[in-house]
Design a protein around this ligand. Sequence first.
Ligand code: FAD
Length: 517
Amino acid sequence: MNALMDKPASTQGKAVVVGSGFGGIAVALRLLSEGWDVELLERHADIGGRARVFHLDGVAFDAGPTVITAPFIFEALFERFGERMEEHVTLLPVEPFYRMDFVDGSYFDYKSGIEDTVAEIERLSPGEGGAYAAFLKATEVMYQRGFVELAEQPFTRVTDMLKVLPDLVRLRADVSLYGFVSRFFSDERLRKAFSVPSLLVGGHPYRTSSLYGLIHALERRGGVWYPKGGTGALVEALAALFQRHGGVIRTGQQVSAISAEGNRVTGVEVVSGEHYEADIVVSNVDPLHVYEHWLPMGRWGRLVNGWRRRMKQSMGLMVVYFTTRRRYPELEHHTIVFGDTFKEILDAIFDKHELLDDLSLYLHRPSATDPQMAPANQDAFYVLAPVPNLNGKQDWETLEPVLTQRVLLTLQQRLMPDLFEQLSATHAITPRYFHDALSSPFGSGFSIAPTLTQSAGLRFHNRSPHFDNLYFVGAGTHPGAGVPGVVSSAGVVERLVKEDSHKRQKRLVPVQGENVI
Ligand SMILES: Cc1cc2nc3c(=O)[nH]c(=O)nc-3n(C[C@H](O)[C@H](O)[C@H](O)COP(=O)(O)OP(=O)(O)OC[C@H]3O[C@@H](n4cnc5c(N)ncnc54)[C@H](O)[C@@H]3O)c2cc1C
């Protein structure tokens, strides 16, 4: 994975980025383009983190993100190096954006066209189509403030947070996403359909701030895409861009400690004992894991325990990857299969850490958009079920095969009547995988939950308050989970690093007659 071409003369110093999730790769690219000498360390032999690629039955599966929005954030990364994204990866439009399948046998297609979406609303709930324009307008306001203006804004001081409080009050960010959607639609199915985005970032729609309505505007403005060859192709294209311009990726490097002198970090140590020196370290690994396991926290230890106890985690995920012996052209690319209940399922998962018999699922069929994602006349899917994170007492070793059967049975009953006849191979991951393989402290799918009291300056800070040159990128930090969120967090880190370099340079400006070494 090491390619050294066009290596620019390093001007800023050495940056070590730990973790090759979307956030890690994005920050590595940004720092590289700013003249840092960047090394990216990844514990696994492959890259991508939650967006890595699994192989099953000779088929490549995206392990995680499948809904790619805001293509401009990736285009901007290529443009930094004078390149064009479309020469390296092709984004295919997804239509409909999602199909929502309800237990009463009805469905709702959320489409790429506004008029088509309004027609779908009217078909499902006559008389409600007119509300869509007002709903979209309200989400646009949130998008403007929450994404355009604040997503790359650092929140490291109390005053940063105080500055945005009036806006949060004005936008009624205290109202839940479900509550916000309910102001516009009365049909329960539409309320569920438009509240789903909070689950895409790991939040309960009844607790997640209405600000996450911005996801709807983001999808509407930028579209919903799928990279040709899968999300893994986008990860590979970004990694190749990094390497083409002199960045170094070292896989199989599991970091076990960050070395520090006083309030400055000096590098990272990997399990083999090797030490990588650095002028700055950026962690793409969950901040709680880093503070608990890698740093000499000394007197701050109690603080870390407090975070562990108090911070609300996002839900866990069970994902079953499977292949079938026939194609299912009757199924869309993204289908949300709502259970009998909605709030009850989520309350059980988020509050009681329990799993009900009733399940809500998300089914991914990439061959609907890119036929090459499955062998000819066969198909490849993943089905995702929100489940309790490891705060629950489930024994996942026992539960995994049982739940796999229940999930597949639900699919057979709802969408794929011949599934068990056609099923070829399966592979499942559970919250244990997120804990063991991705260093997620509670095995949660999306790090800490996106509640209002864990947003912006109340999430883990993108610059450590304890170590001057340690930064955090990725789902646990501001602005939060989801691919656009973690890529934006790389922008926050870049701003902080620049700010800090600038401050350091100012301190180094020689006073007349004084020598600075
Ligand atoms: C199943 C699933 C589906 C999703 N679907 C979508 C979607 O459709 N659209 C969307 O926008 N978002 C989606 N998300 C959310 C999105 O994928 C994540 O929020 C985002 O990819 C997380 O990126 P990250 O930068 O935080 O890093 P992560 O992907 O969490 O990567 C962290 C990296 O750190 C590495 N690491 C951990 N410990 C060490 C160590 N000790 N040493 C070195 N490296 C280490 C890991 O191996 C990993 O590569 C989904 C998530 C999941 C799990």
